[in-house]
Design a protein around this ligand. Structure first.
Ligand code: ZN
Length: 507
């Protein structure tokens, strides 16, 4: 049923595409999934109805993981900087609800199935296990597209796996697509719920119910006081909110320029419809701006529900803003490096920054773009080509401060000849570690080459506590290790060019 339904939506979509210049695209959250989402909203309203949205002055900080998926060969990944501009835009939309999302983790995933089609059976399997392994935040998976079979699908929320998927093109400075999916995540259905698979036409009388995925959904009336069997129609029909006017998916393909619907749609009582074009959960894609008061209350109830307790386990203390740009030490603009095989990138620490995004490209940031995140203020690259122009930049941020301007890149050219390393240790990975709480550490391994590496941890009696292998990329790699308990451990990282040992202390 779902397949049939989405197929008809796709056909409608392509008809519109060829017909008029409409703002295109749709949300792929299926009918069945939306019924499940709306049931959660109804249940929350029944059980947590006492929770209402009032301004308290206290911001709720909600963790988000962005999973940036590339092909197995590591190409095609979304540029990291888009995460910051996107989440910044989403936060502007949620600001009046006193909700701010902070970055729990930016995770690199290399997986062809997930990259090519997160909606395929295999892609869905990978997405679910990715979300299950990261149940500490709202999980947003960014892939080449949201659904390869239906290119019109921009993004969707999957309530079964409890994750959001977005096509890379939607993760940008316009936060409305993901603000909409986060709306689904927090129990909101579309304002036109019920009409996803039925095209409204003024030529036939408006039905009192529509069929969606085998379920009958009551059609919402324009009159807010209309009662059916004693119950307010607007409260039980469509999205279940009385402060979102009736909408029969009138925004889909809407070409009006000024976000004021003037079509002929009428409800079953023949009253004209006046949808809210600016509601984030509508399909007036060029108009989206805000949530209604009842939607905001539903978001807050869902956030407060038991099912979302994993978002509230950590009481997040916001960090001070990063308000200073990174000063590059080397190579600076116009530099010619001594060699090409060992190039050290170095910059000054920035107050309040916990992380640095390093981004690089060949001649331009958009050509052969590579990037990584580090807590260090330097990194050594050994994979550059001789006599080539590179651009690079560093962006300093912390989990809740990332909206400041991303710097312009600086350019350098690599030398023509190799240089020999005066530091024999440079050929072996360097390791920093950070306690991540609950017996966990994050090992930050700076690797000069791409290599399969073996990690082993021993307690002070010499007993092996954890061992595993990981393919390290050039530059900084964050490896989370769960050692289970507080204590002192000895680690050994064996790399193809040698090994390095040290101690970690977990309190
Ligand atoms: Zn949607």
């Amino acid at each position: 049923m779902y397949k049939l339904l989405t197929f008809s939506m796709a056909v409608l979509f392509s008809t519109l595409l060829t017909g008029q210049q409409a703002p295109t695209g749709m949300c792929g959250t299926s009918a069945e999934d939306q019924l499940q989402i709306r049931d959660r909203m109804f249940k929350n309203r029944e059980e947590l109805g006492h929770i209402v949205q009032t301004r308290t002055g206290a911001i709720r900080y909600i963790p988000v993981n962005y999973h940036l998926v590339a092909k197995a060969d590591r190409t095609g990944r979304l540029r990291i900087g888009n995460v910051f501009t996107n989440l910044c835009a989403i936060n502007k939309i949620y600001e009046d609800q006193e909700i701010q999302f902070y970055i729990r983790n930016i995770n690199f995933v290399n997986n062809d199935f997930l990259y090519d089609n997160p909606s395929s059976d295999l892609g869905r399997g990978w997405a679910t296990s990715l979300a299950n392994n990261n149940r500490n935040a709202v999980n947003i998976i960014c892939a080449s597209k949201a659904n390869a079979a239906e290119p019109g699908v921009l993004a969707f929320y999957n309530p079964g796996g409890d994750y959001i998927v977005s096509g890379n093109a939607q993760v940008n400075g316009n936060g409305t697509t993901l603000a909409h999916e986060i709306g689904h995540f927090f129990s909101l259905a579309h304002t036109f719920f019920g009409w996803e698979a039925t095209t409204y036409t003024c030529n036939t009388p408006t039905p009192t119910t529509v069929n969606l995925g085998g379920q009958v959904v009551n059609v919402e009336y324009a009159d807010r006081n209309k009662r059916i069997n004693g119950q307010l129609s607007c409260k039980i029909s469509s999205d279940g909110f009385c402060d979102t006017p009736a909408d029969y998916n009138l925004g889909f393909g809407w070409v009006g320029g000024n976000c004021a619907y003037v079509g002929c749609a009428k409800d079953p009582d023949n009253l004209p419809l006046d949808p809210e074009e600016k509601n984030i959960m509508s399909y007036f894609l060029n108009c989206l701006q805000f949530f209604s008061a009842e939607q905001k209350a539903a978001i807050l109830r869902d956030y407060s529900s038991t099912a979302r307790s994993y978002l509230r386990t950590v009481t997040y203390t916001p960090q001070a803003d990063v308000n200073q740009a990174v000063k590059i030490i080397a190579p600076t603009d116009g530099d010619l490096t001594e060699g090409f095989n060992i190039v050290k990138l170095e910059w000054e620490a920035v107050p309040n920054a916990t992380h640095y995004m390093v981004e690089m490209g060949e001649g331009s940031l958009t050509i052969k773009n590579t990037g990584f995140i580090t807590r260090r203020t330097d990194t050594t690259l050994t994979n550059l080509v001789s006599n080539k122009r590179y651009v690079w930049r560093v962006f300093a941020y912390n989990a809740n401060s990332f909206c400041h301007t991303q710097p312009n890149p600086v350019t350098f050219t690599t030398g023509r000849f190799p240089v020999s390393s005066d530091n024999p240790g440079a050929d072996v990975a360097r390791v920093n570690w950070y306690q991540a709480g609950n017996g966990q550490v994050v090992m930050e391994v700076n690797s000069p080459i791409e290599s399969e590496s073996h990690f082993e941890f021993f307690n002070l009696e010499g007993k092996s506590c954890s061992k595993f292998s990981r393919r390290l990329q050039v530059g900084s790699n964050a490896v989370e290790v769960d050692l289970g308990a507080a204590g002192t451990y000895v680690y050994r990282v064996t790399h193809s060019t040698g090994s390095i040992t040290g101690k970690v202390f977990i309190q």
